[in-house]
Design a protein around this ligand. Structure first.
Ligand code: NAP
Length: 340
């Protein structure tokens, strides 16, 4: 008999890729959507799975609808991907961020515990929880969250662990480092760059205005990361895993690779807020830095040590940073050309 999975955050990047992955494994996939249950999920459409995922109305702010959905579908596996997932917004909306990410997760755990069901539970934890710790973060590294988003996620992470220990529930936490794709939201810097560079290629935009170019991240390819979520849930014992590439690159390098994908070898001048990126031939300014995109506190150096996942899950990332950036830019170019 087919296994049943419930994915919260089905409209998001990871929700779409995970749904596709599980459908290919023969799962019946339910997607929890906080809006109306209609079928306007552009990411599911783009992956051509909109008709195969069964959409249910479920908002993490309301426990009664969580209880109703769990009682109705009795999922074998629950993947809790729903979140206010943008760090920048969490400084503007810290209470809402905590309501969804922290208490929302607790609502699911509590509904699950009270139901007595044996559904396995996956929690979308994040490298942002490490905050200002030094590089090569692994499962043993202490957490020092530096944003309301990271604090909210750390609460959810500890609650998932606490319910595992206290009630013997099968709860796994995937501590995922940044992962990107053509389905990434436009508010995230990776997609802002790929989308902007694609617009510039077609003459629809003159320049990119970004925050700190020095921020470094460990960037992977999202479809590979959802496979890691699935692998964690298939282990005999629930546990937590860091998922990362182990390589870091700055926002500046991301920009550089993105322009290289449209055959522009960008040249840099100046430092900090004065830094600009120029076209090598026309000298036109293509990149500027603005303090408007700086955060009150930022994480500058996240680099994951995924050796536990490699050893136990037999997982490792496959797509290089350069290929990831290129595929994102070319996907945005294709979309734009199609829409013209
Ligand atoms: P995403 O694209 O922002 O998707 C998050 C989804 O959560 C959205 O579809 C959103 O719905 C939904 N949501 C927000 N509030 C909700 C609520 N109250 N009730 C129900 N659903 C709600 O995020 P993602 O990149 O796919 O990431 C998936 C998860 O992994 C998130 O929890 C994120 O924090 C975590 N994570 C991501 C990364 C990364 O690099 N991508 C790294 C580590 C951890 P709407 O579409 O209606 O807004």
């Amino acid at each position: 008999m087919s296994k049943t999975a419930l994915i919260t955050g089905i409209r998001g990047q990871d929700g779409a890729y995970l749904a596709k992955f599980l459908l290919q494994k023969g799962y019946v996939v339910y997607g929890a959507d906080r809006r109306s249950g209609d079928s306007t999920c552009w990411r599911l459409k783009e992956l051509d799975i909109a008709r195969e995922v069964q959409i249910l109305y479920m908002d993490l702010l309301e426990i009664s609808n969580i209880q109703r959905v769990l009682a109705k579908i009795k999922p074998d596996e629950i993947y809790n991907l729903a979140a206010q997932s943008f760090v920048g917004v969490s400084f503007e909306q810290p209470v809402f961020t905590a309501e969804v990410n922290a208490i929302g997760t607790l609502r699911i755990l509590e509904a699950l515990r009270a139901s007595g069901a044996s559904s396995k539970f996956y929690q979308a934890s994040t490298s942002e929880m490490f905050g200002s710790t030094s590089a090569h973060q692994n499962e043993e590294t202490a957490f020092h969250p530096t944003s309301p988003y990271a604090v909210s996620k750390l609460f959810a992470h500890w609650m998932a662990r606490n319910y595992r220990q206290s009630y013997n529930m099968f709860n796994c936490c995937g501590i995922l480092f940044n992962h990107e794709s053509p389905l990434r939201g436009l508010e995230f810097v990776s997609r802002k760059i790929s989308h902007g560079v694609a617009h510039m290629k077609l003459g629809l935009q003159n320049k990119l205005i970004l925050g700190s170019l020095d921020s470094k991240r460990d960037w992977g390819f999202a479809p590979e990361y959802v496979e890691a979520m699935y692998l964690m849930m298939q282990q005999p014992v629930a546990d937590d895993y860091v998922i990362a590439t182990g390589h870091i690159h700055s926002v500046r390098e991301f920009v550089q690779c993105a322009f290289a994908a449209i055959d522009i070898d960008i040249e840099w001048e100046g430092t900090g807020i004065e830094e600009i990126g120029r076209h090598p031939k026309t000298a036109a300014v293509l990149v500027e830095v603005s303090k408007d995109f700086y955060r009150p506190t930022d994480v500058h150096f996240l680099q994951g040590d995924f050796s536990k996942a490699a050893r136990i899950l037999n997982w490792k990332s496959q797509t290089s940073f350069e290929d990831l950036v290129k595929l994102m830019v070319l996907a945005d170019v294709r979309r734009l050309e199609k829409s013209q």
